[in-house]
Design a binder for this molecule. Structure first.
Ligand code: F6R
Ligand code: MG
Ligand code: MG
Length: 364
């Protein structure tokens, strides 16, 4: 059976500040999606939040980039924005960059990750959601999952996996994409994906069969809007087991809290802390950046689950390390590398400061 998994998300208002989402918004979204399910448009859905981002997880049979599905999600975000305005939530409608829907939510502000698949006899799916960071945050974990034998034993041990995976990488600045066949082109690929603010892994495919293994949202709100409008706060869907890494191999990269961009005002580096959904409320210095993961089994498109995958004591040490790294980085205050390089800061007072100091810079 062919099933499309569509994940569409947006920050339509934070509670309190940019820290979390208001329960009334989640309830409104669930009601909207229930209506779509009752009408037969959706097979199933799950609504959740990661920090201040509302997450709509949906299954259907209409394929990717479907206008009806995207419009329905857009309408829920618009209704949610009206409620957010009533409650005077913070930054109501902040990710909605257009006034009217024009066929597809891509480029209109919301983040989108979609995959149309032939559902396997058993189809475990892991959905990652992050707050206070950008889609480049998935580069390192995706590399580890699908290309690093020190992380994924299956690359060495499983005959169905050692043919490798193909990585589709997007240059979000130039709007270009390229596919690297790994392990053959691993070194070439690392030149690019090691620079995650510009090059982002959009999808990963099992080379022997061409099956899609992972898709991530790679919309860069800053580039879409041409100015700062909030962090992308990306999502990533990963299929697991069989031709793909085991659940434990998919989760393993997050045991090492790597440094990502996006903390406070989108302008600081910080560790990506893996947490249970209930703990995805970035509060300390608006962070540190969080990642959650919900696991589902698909059953003819039905979302059996979720299991809150990071709600597990085996990630306590990663959380402890992330706190330690967070405290260490915070002591750098306004200095790099805690603060992002000037040209990458989402907010910068540089032009105003330069204007104020006009004529004061002389030849040194
Ligand atoms: C939002 C974020 C926050 C805000 C900060 C300032 O995702 O990362 O750190 O950038 O709270 O927010 P404003 O400018 O809305 O007052
Ligand atoms: Mg916000
Ligand atoms: Mg957010």
């Amino acid at each position: 059976m062919r099933v499309t998994l569509s994940h569409i998300k947006a920050d339509i208002g934070g509670y309190v500040g940019h820290s979390t989402s208001h329960p009334a918004i989640l309830e409104l979204a669930s009601k909207g999606l229930q209506k779509a399910k009752d009408s037969g448009m959706l097979i199933d859905f799950h609504v959740t939040a990661c920090g201040d981002d509302l997450q709509l997880i949906m299954t259907h049979q209409k394929g990717e980039d479907n206008q009806e599905i995207h419009k329905m999600a857009w309408d829920i975000f618009m209704d949610g924005t009206r409620l957010a305005q009533e409650l005077k939530l913070y930054g109501a409608g902040q990710d909605l960059l257009a006034d009217t829907f024009s066929g597809n939510v891509k480029g209109m502000g919301p983040g989108v990750a979609e995959m149309e698949i032939e559902e396997r006899p058993s189809e475990p799916v892991l959905i990652f959601m992050a707050d206070k960071t950008s889609a480049g945050a998935w580069n390192l974990p995706l590399y580890k999952m699908f290309a690093d034998p020190f992380n994924t034993a299956g690359l060495v041990i499983s005959p169905v996996m050692n043919g490798g995976y193909a990585f589709e990488v997007v240059d979000v600045k130039e709007g270009l994409k390229i596919t690297f066949n790994c392990p053959d082109e691993l070194y070439e690929m690392l030149v690019f994906i090691g620079s995650p603010s510009r090059f982002m892994v959009r999808a990963v495919y099992h080379r022997a069969t061409g099956e899609v293994g992972s898709v991530s949202s790679t919309q860069r709100l800053a580039f879409i809007a041409g100015r700062y409008v909030g962090k992308d706060d990306p999502v990533c869907i990963v299929r697991s087991q069989g031709n793909f890494p085991a659940v434990g191999e998919v989760l393993e990269p997050f045991a090492n809290p790597h440094i990502v961009e996006g903390w406070m005002r989108g302008s600081h580096h910080g560790p990506l802390m893996p947490v249970a959904v209930k703990d995805a409320n970035p509060s300390r210095f608006d962070g540190p950046p969080r990642v959650t993961c919900l696991g589902f089994q698909l059953a003819n498109g039905k979302l059996v689950g979720p299991v809150d995958m990071f709600d597990d004591p085996s990630f306590d040490e990663a959380r402890r390390q992330a706190n330690e790294m967070g405290y260490y980085l915070r002591r750098h205050g306004p200095f790099e590398p805690h603060r992002l390089p000037l040209d990458e800061m989402e907010y910068t007072t540089m032009p105003e400061v330069m204007k104020k100091l006009e004529g004061r810079f002389e030849k040194a």
